[in-house]
Every structure is written in C-alpha cells, then in structure tokens.
Design a protein around this ligand. Sequence first.
Ligand code: NAD
Ligand code: WQD
Length: 351
Amino acid sequence: MEVQHKGHDGGQTETMNILLTGGAGYIGSHTCVILLEHGHHVIVLDNLCNSKAASLKRVQKITGKNILFYQKDLRNKSEVNEILKNHSIDAVIHFAGLKSVAESVDQPLRYYQNNIDGTLVLCEAMQANGVKNMVFSSSATVYGNPSTVPIKENAPVGPFNPYGRSKLFIEEILTDLYLSDKSWNIALLRYFNPVGAHPGGLIGEDPSDLPNNLMPYISQVAVGKLPQLQIYGDDYETPDGTGVRDYIHVMDLAEGHLNALEKLASDPGLVTYNLGTGKGYSVLEMVTAFEKASGKQIPYKIVGRRPGDIPTCYADPSFAEKELGWMARRGIDEVCADAWQWQYMNPKGYV
Ligand code: NAD
Ligand code: WQD
C-alpha cells in the first residue's frame, strides 16, 4: 500500500497560524516540529504544569524557526481570548490536559476541572473570535476494554476511569458544538500508545515523576535511573501472557495532526480517527526490542496485574489511511532506537 504524507509533498494547504494548547508537552512539542517544518506559524499556550519551556527552545533549535510562547493557563478566559484575538489563528490543536490515569482516580475533580473547563474556555474564545477549526487529542482509552480487536472508530465506548471519561465528555461536547453550528470543523484523534522521540535526541518524553507508562519506565531502567521494570501480569490471554498494545511513534502521530488539519481545510465537518499502527506488541516484546536498540539489559520482575489494565488493545487505522492519506511508517525498532537516544543524551530529561 502506498504511504502518503500529503504535507511532505510540499504542503497542500496555505500557511496557517496554528495555536497549540499544551504545545510544550510530549506530543505537542513533536507536532511543533512537523508544523514548523511545513512552513506553518506556531503559537503555543501552555501553563507548564507537566512540561518545560526548554522543549520549545529545542524545537526552535531543530527547525531554525521561532515559536510564539504564552505561559498561560487555558482556563483563564481573558488571556485565551486575547491570544485568539491578536494572532488571527486559523486552527487550534488542543493538546492541553492532565493525562495520568492513576492520578485521575485519586483526584477526579481536578481532572474534570482542568480538562473540561479548559476545553469550554477554549471553545468559547474560539467562537467569539470566529476560529472554528480544531484538532482534539482524544485517546483509545475511550474504548475501555474492547470486545474485539482491531478497534474501529465505531466500536462501543466505555472508559472506566475519570481521565478517560474526561476525554469522552470532551468528544461529546465538541460533537454538540458542531451539531449546533456546522461551520465548525473538528477532528477527534484517538491516539493509541504514543512512544519514541524525535531522532537526534533533542526532544522526547520527560515525565516529571516516576513514569506511569511502559516505554519511559523501560528507558529509565536502561539508563540506570531505575533499578528494574515491574511487569504487570503475565497471565493475560495473550501470546506470552503480558499486555498487548499499539505503540505508535510520536513522529508518526505528529504527522497525523498535519494531515488532519489538511483534511479539515479541504473537506470540513466533524470526524473521528484512530491514530495507531494496527499492530499489537506485548510488554515482553517491547523489552526485547529495547534491549536490542540500547544494548542494555532490562532487569524485570513479574508482579500482579495493574488495576484497570486490559489484556489487548490495538487500532484499525484504515479509516485514517483512507481519509487522511496517513499511516504510521515507523516500527518498534525505530521507536526504541529514538527513545533510547533521547534518554541516553538526556538522562535527567530537560534539566
Ligand atoms: P503532556 O502532559 O506532555 O502535555 C500536555 C500539556 O498540557 C503539558 O505541557 C501541560 O503543561 C499542558 N497543560 C495541562 N493543563 C493545562 C492548562 N490548564 N493550561 C495550559 N496548559 C495545560 O501530555 P502528552 O503526552 O503530550 O499528551 C497530549 C494530549 O494527548 C493530552 O490531552 C493527553 O491526554 C492526550 N493523549 C496522550 C496520550 C499519551 O499516552 N501520551 C495518549 C492519548 C491521548
Ligand atoms: C502498557 C502496557 C501495562 C508500565 C495508558 C493510558 C491510556 C493512554 C496511554 C492517555 C500495559 C504494562 C506498564 C509498567 C508494565 N494515555 N506496563 N509495567 O495502560 O496501555 O495506556 O497510556 O490517553 O489512557 O491508560 O499504557 O504504557 O501504561 O502500559 O508492565 O511499569 O505495559 O500493564 O500492558 P496503557 P502503559
């Protein structure tokens, strides 16, 4: 099948002014690189509650382009309004949100407040300023425990933690907004498991505490920051008993945002896409791939299942391929090589 990245062919859209909420974070910073490399102007709004401004300085170093950065909270109505008023924004990519599943179980109100209030403030400010193009960071977590894999966009939804429900509620809010005014153009992107880093080791995932997710945890074990990986269960109904996920390289994911923006420009409406690779790998397969890429041994111990975990989750990404001309090009060897380079070159993250 032919792989198309429309943006890579010189761009099919005019240069745009794009506002990235949460643009200093992991996925946002990688998306900044892609947008800048395709000639777009990037404005970032981020309160740095889970990121560092250094990520944006590194993006500028990679691309040789400038980013306009506002260290602001998305829930601040007047400031968000000012930014939209002053920059003739063409489209918004809405990454800003809190994303830890475990934290959301302990602090549901903080999660709903931040993620949902932030989105409402953003939408009101967009509406007030006539900006109606939005790409939203949703998550495969909205599917809960899928009854079949690969998962299509029309599969039943049913997240079972406050973080996942905040994503589903936002999808519903954006759908209601679109139904009330069809001049809105909205892409709901359901990411699977974003991993890896920009090649070159300048930007990557920099968890502020102990990593919650598998790949940053493995990376920190490999670099000697953590003693060993705990594998949450080897008794799932999967080929080797460990959980199976769809690990998508963050650069592939970042490119998907450009394709989604181009699609909204040429074929408006509201639409949902799975952004995944379509392949599932087990925890043990990821450990082996990382050992190969890094040349380091990853000590691990099998422990009990993590509450709320599901056995298997991977995407059917064919709708995104058909409509966006997008598919993931990078496999797990590239994921692990790039994640390792970032970790090795920045053992303490952006410090
Ligand atoms: P991240 O934490 O690195 O980035 C999110 C950014 O939003 C951070 O820079 C944070 O400082 C900012 N932010 C949070 N609340 C804010 C507020 N009120 N005002 C301004 N800025 C605020 O996370 P990420 O991994 O880059 O994820 C980006 C988006 O993608 C999030 O919405 C997340 O829920 C979603 N997502 C992430 C994953 C994943 O595994 N990384 C998977 C699916 C969906
Ligand atoms: C992957 C596999 C674990 C850590 C989470 C969120 C989801 C989305 C992506 C935002 C599972 C196993 C993990 C460890 C392990 N985020 N594991 N030891 O759980 O698929 O998805 O991140 O939207 O909402 O739930 O990703 O990386 O945490 O786990 O054995 O130390 O690795 O059990 O099988 P998950 P993950």
